[in-house]
Ligand binder design. Structure first.
Ligand code: SAM
Length: 286
């Protein structure tokens, strides 16, 4: 019978400020038989802070398939288990998915203990639409893959959100600025709940300048939120790459030929490219 089995509790922990721990999370971590943690040394700091002395086992991205099978057996034996990650809500760009799936598929109970999550914290204070948003996790590591990723989202009307590290925040914004219009609104939420928490809402162009010029804006942990494309503006958008292509073609051919070639290469509507070509031609004579 289901009630004889143990339960798996998925417990959110703070993303910086240790006070962001719910009473229920502390209670659960005290009462379970076992805590499965991404990094047992890391979670000990939190457990010590709350006087929790419980048994720990590790469950991280390199052992989670094997460890999940062992944990399922323990649940079947009636033990209760709490799953925690290094920070925030497990499974959100963190380990835990295989375990939760296995336990659900086995028909056992999985109980969420909600709390901190960088994605939700950032969205709640960003001032960008949240009715519909898309969470993208971490971006691809290579510049070309990131640009392809930005291209795919260029016209998405939804707000989109991604996680970024201090090592790649500048490169990601530089790539984004090559694809998205520089006046697109973005929010950079850095070091949330910590001493140097910074939440900046500005245009992509200004955000890039800020991160380029201010060393502190390249330190810590980041959530980046990008406003969706305004539907009415859809028709008016051509990317910086497409603009560059058109410029090169215009150097070599007439407006008509350059536009025709650009349409064939990019698939962008002729009217839009023609308008852009006329403006470039005018600017050349000015
Ligand atoms: N599971 C976590 C959650 O619920 O937010 C996320 C874990 S993921 C491995 C770590 C990434 O989340 C960081 O690289 C950063 O992008 C984001 N993040 C975590 N804590 C943050 C914070 N205090 N401020 C801003 N971003 C944070």
């Amino acid at each position: 019978m289901l009630t004889e089995f143990g339960k798996l509790y998925v417990v959110a922990t703070p993303i910086g400020n240790l006070a962001d721990m719910s009473f229920r999370a502390v209670e659960v971590l005290k009462k379970v038989d076992l805590i499965a943690a991404e990094d047992t040394r890391h979670v000990k700091i939190l457990l010590q802070h709350y006087g929790i002395t419980n048994k720990l086992v590790s469950l991280h991205q390199y052992n989670e398939d094997k460890a999940s099978a062992v944990l399922l057996e323990k649940l079947r034996e009636g033990q209760s288990i709490a799953l925690v990650s290094d920070a925030g809500t497990p499974l959100l760009s963190d380990p835990g998915m295989p375990l939760v799936k296995l336990v659900k598929d086995a028909g056992l109970d999985v109980v969420p203990i909600p709390g901190a999550c960088a994605l939700i914290a950032a969205l709640s204070a960003a001032g960008l639409p949240v009715t519909q948003f898309s969470f993208e996790g971490f971006l691809p590591r290579t510049s070309s893959a990131r640009k392809a990723f930005f291209n795919e989202r260029l016209l998405s009307p939804k707000t989109w959100v991604f996680y970024e590290s201090c090592h790649r925040i500048l490169a990601s914004l530089q790539d984004m600025a090559e694809i998205l219009p520089l006046d697109r609104e973005i929010v950079i939420a850095r070091e949330l709940t910590k001493l140097h928490e910074t939440i900046v809402k500005t245009s992509l162009g200004e955000a890039l300048e800020l991160v380029e010029q201010n060393d502190n804006m390249r330190k810590g942990e980041f959530v980046v939120i990008v406003d969706g494309a305004v539907v009415d503006k859809k028709e008016q958008i051509i990317t910086t790459d497409q603009e560059k292509l058109l410029q090169v073609l215009l150097r070599e051919c007439s407006i008509k030929t350059a536009v025709a070639m650009a349409v064939e290469i990019t698939g962008v509507r002729k009217k839009l490219l023609y308008q852009a070509a006329l403006e470039m031609d005018k600017a050349k004579d000015a």
